[in-house]
Design a protein around this ligand. Structure first.
Ligand code: ZN
Length: 201
């Protein structure tokens, strides 16, 4: 590992020590249930659309493996960085920006950058293989699932309002009515609105 990679590694470790997958889910309003033989923590997966029975399990950190969430339908595992990114709709952000965003949230001071300046070139999460439209669809599922979780706890009017906007966006996505960038921005606004709604509950 060169100095720069070590610098990132120490920052990543620092975040994992302070923040678990469980914390991120709680913070962002994803309900966690306990069931199963060992009272394991489960969630309805926010990423693959309708998930009536919880398909995803929350894993605490063990040894040098950080905490994570794994969904057997998506067959995907998300650590705190991936959860933060996907649940906050930060698909456009590169890994260093996500890291910075969590550090800011936690009030963590990053150790000073090694020689060579702080230009953030390292890209541990490369999303370039996923098309923007796929990301938009994924984000729509996240927003839809977050909204459904709020159904019983918020008043009817804002619920229906957001629900109508989401239906409209889905229709427009399916009919190719605008550029994916426009949908992405709209969905990010909705996710912010949903977070606001869930914090007022
Ligand atoms: Zn899933």
């Amino acid at each position: 590992m060169d100095a720069r990679q070590e610098w990132f590694r120490s920052r990543i470790d620092q975040v994992h020590q302070r923040l678990s997958a469980h914390d991120v889910l709680r913070m962002l309003g994803v309900p966690i249930r306990q069931s199963g033989s060992d009272n394991e923590e489960q969630i309805r997966c926010p990423f693959h659309g309708k998930d009536n029975s919880p398909s995803a399990r929350v894993y605490p950190a063990t040894g040098d493996k950080p905490s994570s969430v794994w969904c057997f339908v998506c067959n995907e595992r998300w650590d705190v960085f991936a959860l933060w990114k996907n649940l906050k709709g930060l698909d456009d952000c590169k890994f260093p920006q996500i890291l910075k965003s969590i550090e800011n949230y936690l009030g963590l001071q990053a150790p000073s950058a090694p020689e060579g300046g702080a230009s953030l070139q390292l890209n541990l999460v490369d999303d370039s293989s996923v098309s923007l439209l796929d990301r938009v669809k994924k984000l729509w599922n996240v927003a839809d699932s977050n909204l459904r979780e709020l159904r019983d706890t918020v008043s009817m009017e804002p619920y229906l309002k957001v629900s109508m906007v989401l239906d409209r966006i889905r229709y427009d996505i399916n009919h190719d009515r605008a550029k994916p960038e426009i949908f992405l921005a709209a969905l990010q606004t909705i996710l912010a609105k949903l977070r606001e709604m869930s914090s007022n509950v």
